[in-house]
Design a protein around this ligand. Sequence first.
Ligand code: PLP
Length: 365
Amino acid sequence: MHLCDLAPAHIQAISPYQPGKPIAELAREMGLAESSIVKLASNENPLGVGEKARDAILATLGELARYPDGNGFELKDALCRRYGVAMDEIVLGNGSNDILEMVAGAFLGPGRAAVYAQHAFAVYPLATQAAGAQGIQVPARNFGHDLEAMLAAITPATRVVFIANPNNPTGTFIPGAELEAFLARVPADVLVVLDEAYTEYLAPEQRYDAISWLQRYPNLLVSRTFSKAYGLAGLRVGYGLGNPKVIDLLNRVRQPFNVCIPALAAAAAALFDEDYLRRSYELNQAGMAQLTGGFNRLGLDWIPSAGNFVAFKVGDAARVNLRLLQQGVIVRPIGGYGMPEWLRVSIGLGSENARFLEALPLALD
Ligand SMILES: *Cc1c(COP(=O)(O)O)cnc(C)c1O
């Protein structure tokens, strides 16, 4: 027997995460110049790294022979000042993906279960599966979370509920009042992971303050990232906010030096770069109007999104995707999310959005 056949069955059954195609890879495959390619596939911030973060990164170069501060004091201190939380209510992650995996490592395992929604972020089923736990996928309602059905799906074995707000890849949004009412009804021995990867993109009238709920709900973990609105996807840094006991447990399964020195410094600086955040938000609002206007002109269905991306319906998505790639435009097929007729496009710079909208009719032909 091959040694790989002896790996646990739940590991062998994992279907790997499919990331957006890197620009360099498409350039190699299609013989295109990298500079001619537009990547709107991974919900990255098209503004690039902000000035404050860049300066902070450069200032760390001389320290890189050392290990990072495994405790992440400087970044946690910045988060305390920014959000009024305590040090022991914060866990730092190598991206918020790392937080999700720590949750699975600490709370899931064989004989346990996690509840998540159909079309929700792919890492929830992945992390659940990797832990050997049962995944309970609850059918979506209008492409979003059906909180009533998710409550009903909780079994005695359920230890975790994952919720993405806004959700990726559908962009659907749950109003804060509904989330709060949901929290009040979830059993106290079930951890609710509220994944707010795109919360900085919410319109003023959509905003709500999940951090203020932490005192009342010790079973709430809020997870956030510097990868999206803060423009630091390549550095891999995110954080979880929760009850000190939950945070303590997550820290036990955390790799000792999971966030690198430049990432810690850049995130602490980015947190107070209000100007960059405002420009990112405004660019996103304008880009969303540009793209959805384009879809309307082409008569395409799209799902209203509260994030920095939008899902749109094209029919044979594999074919349309290939024909976009041939024109040097990378978007994201979401067949793996149970949406084989849809594509997801991230909001880019105005010029990038325009390139995409130019290529799309040709791809649909
Ligand atoms: C992008 C994303 C994340 C995690 O991104 P990181 O880069 O690992 O921080 C988490 N949740 C959702 C819903 C996302 O879309």
